[in-house]
Write a protein that binds this ligand. Structure first.
Ligand SMILES: *[C@@H]1O[C@H](CO)[C@@H](O)[C@H](O)[C@H]1NC(C)=O
Ligand SMILES: *[C@@H]1O[C@H](CO)[C@@H](O)[C@H](O)[C@H]1NC(C)=O
Ligand SMILES: *[C@@H]1O[C@H](CO)[C@@H](O)[C@H](O)[C@H]1NC(C)=O
Ligand SMILES: *[C@@H]1O[C@H](CO)[C@@H](O)[C@H](O)[C@H]1NC(C)=O
Ligand SMILES: *[C@@H]1O[C@H](CO)[C@@H](O)[C@H](O)[C@H]1NC(C)=O
Ligand SMILES: *[C@@H]1O[C@H](CO)[C@@H](O)[C@H](O)[C@H]1NC(C)=O
Ligand SMILES: *[C@@H]1O[C@H](CO)[C@@H](O)[C@H](O)[C@H]1NC(C)=O
Ligand SMILES: *[C@@H]1O[C@H](CO)[C@@H](O)[C@H](O)[C@H]1NC(C)=O
Ligand SMILES: *[C@@H]1O[C@H](CO)[C@@H](O)[C@H](O)[C@H]1NC(C)=O
Ligand SMILES: *[C@@H]1O[C@H](CO)[C@@H](O)[C@H](O)[C@H]1NC(C)=O
Ligand SMILES: *[C@@H]1O[C@H](CO)[C@@H](O)[C@H](O)[C@H]1NC(C)=O
Ligand SMILES: *[C@@H]1O[C@H](CO)[C@@H](O)[C@H](O)[C@H]1NC(C)=O
Length: 588
């Protein structure tokens, strides 16, 4: 019985064949459940209209198992529209109550990904959600005037005879003028230069090394973005550890700064990679074979086979994850707006600046089936050829596994320490030399416990990533010093107990998750974000069906930048928002 329970949980987690027992109904808009993810306002004052808006796509995805991609010609904002900030709005409606499967979606312009998102759970009366994202940093692609540029939305799903729901998706872009009002909660710091560049991306004649100094901060807009994506322009589907996706790129020799931005999501057997016990445990206990790779995954990026950066992804819990009742109507961190990850390639420009093709390879260490990954290479151009030298040293890594188990009870601990330090020298045509040193420390700790004959699963995980960038001139004087610190703790417990009657169990669940990020310049914090989630609840489960569920979800969000602060606190009880307070008081 107990072993069965564990298998049940593993099945719940790994096969995702959860079906809802709700009925088919198509109800009016007013009754539709409105889902949302906590974030700070992207527009300071909702009364201030955008300078202009463009509706890019209206499409109804019907059978998304055969037709996952929808592509139209991209419509840029009118050239007369004055703007400094672009906000992408993705709205979706689902009219069916049956599909409990989470679907992942992405939005691309000219194969450059702008948003990775996932679907909300359907409810009896249908559901509705809207995602807004500041996409200003993609300005070079947003302003493209080439009328054959593609605009694509992909919605990937499992579909079968029982899942007849349709997704209606509308995507728009709203453009706001920075100068028209104070923009207190901009997610972009110091981007005035970026704004100037916005409108004339191909004429960079006036740019010299002066710009190289002032423009370093991460969120200034790149002059060019090169997609590192699948053949058809979309995500790479990575099936296993040896599945290496390669793209050839040849970059402009005027490049003085490059950042690779990765979009990553895990699905199928890999959706709950952080809750995976090692092979030895699953084998000895005769559990579902091949599904016990342990809880370490890392996305590796190489240039011509040389490792240049890695990402240990932050778990994103989809809307039917762990306990579906948790995520109604407030979803988990990143469910609607997946984080993307930056790898600074500036110190590695010496590997790329020779007018030749270079191979950028992406793979998932210990990865199984499947991961959806792609990348955007953001490139900043100077006015003349840049010479670059790299002192290449591969990142170092230490991994420690500590496994101990007897029968179904056990403790599995993994600790990974990854550190890298790269120094690159770039010299502009004018002879100025700038040295960029990027050091990064990644720390991953995953402690997984199976107790009480495997009926109690406890996870305690922490991911920490600290990046330092130091820029110096030819005489060794500091020009800039940036530091980014991110911490992502996650605690999950799942306790399964038999209920009266055959095959029925109660499953008690908790999820405590945090996202904490800060960005500082010369030790002054320019931007900080703190998002806490605390959910507790239980479900009554029969086989693979959830019969009923109850939940409490508390979330706190705090954001601060050079212009102001924003905080919001939301409490949800059994799917009803019982408290929702926000203010703009700064907490020291
Ligand atoms: C959802 O809407 C589509 C199109 O309007 C309709 O064909 C379909 O029957 C609806 N599905 C349900 C479950 O109501
Ligand atoms: C939802 O719509 C269906 C038919 O469209 C209707 O029969 C049903 O009563 C509605 N449900 C509720 C709870 O109003
Ligand atoms: C989407 O629908 C709206 C309202 O019907 C329409 O004004 C708009 O042109 C449509 N957009 C596209 C891209 O078809
Ligand atoms: C969706 O496509 C699949 C695969 O072609 C097919 O088996 C299924 O019947 C289709 N479902 C609907 C509702 O059309
Ligand atoms: C898939 O969608 C495209 C429009 O994006 C449509 O032209 C095509 O007929 C669809 N194919 C199938 C098999 O439904
Ligand atoms: C999309 O646009 C159409 C036409 O304007 C509208 O009828 C529909 O309600 C919109 N859907 C969503 C999800 O906003
Ligand atoms: C669906 O709509 C009906 C009618 O407004 C309402 O009574 C019912 O509670 C709604 N169901 C859900 C799950 O929100
Ligand atoms: C695209 O632009 C070219 C040149 O400006 C023009 O000839 C062509 O008709 C345009 N195509 C579309 C679909 O607007
Ligand atoms: C659809 O639902 C029926 C009844 O619950 C079930 O017997 C059948 O296996 C399901 N089909 C699929 C493809 O899941
Ligand atoms: C890994 O996945 C690729 C792509 O699906 C496949 O061709 C290859 O056979 C797989 N390798 C292993 C060892 O499973
Ligand atoms: C990349 O370039 C290499 C050598 O230049 C070539 O052999 C390879 O086929 C190219 N790969 C792709 C995917 O274009
Ligand atoms: C989470 O919330 C529960 C009550 O719902 C509380 O007992 C617990 O201490 C909270 N945990 C954290 C880490 O805040």
């Amino acid at each position: 019985m107990n072993a069965c329970n564990l298998i049940l949980i593993l099945t719940l987690f790994f096969t995702l064949s959860i079906q809802s027992s709700l009925s088919f109904e198509d109800n009016t808009t007013e009754n539709q459940q409105h889902y949302f993810e906590l974030t700070h306002p992207l527009v300071p004052d909702t009364d201030t209209p955008p300078s202009c808006s463009v509706n890019l796509l209206n499409h109804t995805f019907t059978n998304t198992s055969t037709n996952t991609t929808f592509t139209v010609n991209y419509t840029p904002p009118p050239t007369t529209c004055k703007w400094s900030h672009a906000v992408l709005e993705f709205q979706a409606r689902c009219n069916s109550s049956t599909p409990m499967h989470d679907r992942v979606a992405g939005v691309w312009i000219a194969r450059v990904e702008l948003l990775r998102t996932s679907t909300a759970q359907p409810t009896e009366n249908g559901s509705f959600w809207s995602v807004q994202k500041d996409v200003s940093k993609y300005s070079s692609i947003i302003t493209t005037q080439d009328n054959s540029t593609s605009f694509s939305v992909m919605l990937e799903t499992l579909d079968n005879e029982n899942l007849t729901g349709v997704y209606q998706v509308n995507v728009s872009m709203h453009f706001y003028d920075h100068n028209a009002f104070r923009f207190p909660l901009s997610s972009v710091v110091g981007d005035l230069e970026g704004y100037k560049k916005n409108r004339k991306l191909t004429s960079v004649d006036d740019k010299g090394v002066g710009d190289m100094l002032g423009l370093y901060p991460y969120d200034t807009h790149a002059d060019m973005i090169i997609p590192i994506s699948g053949d058809e322009g979309y995500w790479f589907r990575i099936e296993n550890e040896s599945d290496v996706k390669k793209t050839n790129v040849s970059i402009d020799e005027r490049t003085y700064k490059a950042v690779l931005e990765l979009y990553i999501s895990s699905h199928g057997e890999e959706e709950f990679w952080y809750l995976t016990p090692p092979d030895s445990y699953t084998k000895l206990n005769n559990l579902v074979a091949g599904k016990g790779k342990g809880a370490y995954r890392e996305v590796l990026v190489t240039i011509d086979g040389k490792l240049v950066g890695t990402v240990i992804p932050t778990p994103v819990i989809f809307t039917s994850g762990i306990n579906p009742s948790f995520w109604k109507p407030v979803v988990a961190i990143g469910a609607f707006n997946h984080p993307s990850y930056n790898i600074d390639l500036t110190p590695y420009l010496g590997l790329l600046l020779d007018d030749k093709n270079h191979s950028i390879e992406i793979q998932v260490a210990e990865g199984g089936s499947y991961w959806l990954v792609d990348a955007n290479m953001h490139i900043w151009l100077g006015s003349s050829h840049v010479q670059a030298i790299v002192e290449y040293e591969p990142p170092s890594m230490e991994i420690e596994n500590d496994y101990e188990f007897e029968g179904l009870e056990g403790e599995f601990e993994i600790e990974v320490e990854r550190s890298s330090s790269a120094v690159g020298l770039v010299q502009s045509g004018l002879g100025n030399i700038i040295t960029t040193k990027v050091t990064e420390e990644i720390n991953f700790k995953n402690k997984l416990k199976f107790k009480e004959q495997g009926t109690r699963i406890e996870l305690d995980q922490k991911i920490k990533r600290k990046t330092k960038v130091k820029i110096t001139d030819a005489s060794g004087n500091s020009i800039g010093k940036y530091e980014i610190e991110r911490t992502y703790p996650l605690k999950i417990t799942v306790v399964t107990q038999p209920w009266y009657g055959k095959g029925i169990s109660t499953v008690s669940t908790t999820v405590v998750q945090e996202r904490s990020e800060s960005f500082s310049n010369e030790n002054v914090i320019l931007r900080a974000l703190n998002h806490d989630v605390n959910c507790t609840g239980s479900m009554l489960v029969n086989g693979n069906s959830i019969m009923s569920g109850s939940a409490v979800n508390h979330q706190n969000y705090y954001y601060k930048d050079g212009f102001g602060c924003y905080s919001r606190k939301v409490n949800v009880l059994e799917g009803n928002v019982v408290a929702d307070e926000s203010n703009s008081i700064c907490i020291e």
